[in-house]
Design a protein around this ligand. Structure first.
Ligand code: 5GP
Length: 218
């Protein structure tokens, strides 16, 4: 799709993807794709930073125009990844991070086979329930729906390339960072370094020729 790599991070609501993403982006350069959603903003969320908050009609229109790389329904709302910004960032050679749910991740895998799919899991479903309750952002009924969805999603992890357990935040961030940095060392990404390795520097070569000549005379 472009010179950069596409990383897709998926994991249940409440597993800590948002925090992981923020910490990860302090450590590695990534282009974060801001999703479009019909969900109303939660307290503290900002339009154009956390999401593009739109109405159903706008979402539908974008869908009809083929403007999404992927989209899905999640619990009661629609979510989608605007295609153009992702394509542009990849073309510039930037690595792109999507933070989306399972169905969307699998759509991306179909369209972009080289995309790297990372599944973030909680240490256990009980721990996830604890986090959702403590976060206190959703109603009890919504929490139960999200837990049920998390259980279903965990069974899809086999379709991903990597699994990161978010138990201790710092080690989960380090895991993510290693995955991304490792991808930057695949041969395709190292072509400029390979080309440079084959070059010869005339000034340095001249000096080395002199040294070699001196050694020969000894
Ligand atoms: P939340 O409402 O908690 O912000 O997000 C609910 C779920 O939707 C999360 O699992 C989140 O990763 C996912 N999500 C956010 N943006 C997108 C998107 O653009 N596409 C898809 N498929 N899922 C998304």
């Amino acid at each position: 799709m472009g010179k950069g790599d596409l990383f897709v991070m998926t994991g249940a609501s409440g597993v800590g993807k948002g925090t992981l993403r923020a910490r990860l982006m302090e450590r590695v350069r990534l282009y974060y794709s801001i999703s479009m959603t019909t969900r109303p903003p939660r307290e503290g969320e900002r339009h154009g930073i956390d999401y593009w908050f739109v109405d159903e009609a706008t979402f539908e229109r974008t869908k009809q125009e083929g403007g999404f790389l992927e989209y899905a329904r999640y619990v009661e709302h629609s979510y989608g990844t605007p295609k153009a910004p992702v394509e542009r960032a990849l073309a510039r050679g930037e690595d792109v991070l999507l933070e989306i749910e399972v169905q969307g991740a699998l759509q991306v895998a179909e369209k972009v086979p080289e995309a790297q799919l990372i599944f973030v899991i909680p240490p256990s479903l009980s721990e996830l329930r604890r986090r959702l309750l403590l976060r206190g952002k959703d109603s009890l009924e919504k929490i139960e729906k999200r837990l049920e969805r998390a259980r279903e999603e965990l069974q899809m992890a086999e379709r991903f390339h990597y699994v990161v357990v978010n138990d201790v935040l710092e080690s989960a961030v380090a895991d993510l960072e290693r995955i991304i940095l490792t991808r930057r060392r695949i041969v395709k990404r190292m072509r400029p370094a390979l080309e440079r390795a084959l070059e010869r520097d005339p000034d340095l070569e001249a000096e080395l020729d002199e040294i070699a000549a001196r050694m020969r005379r000894r």
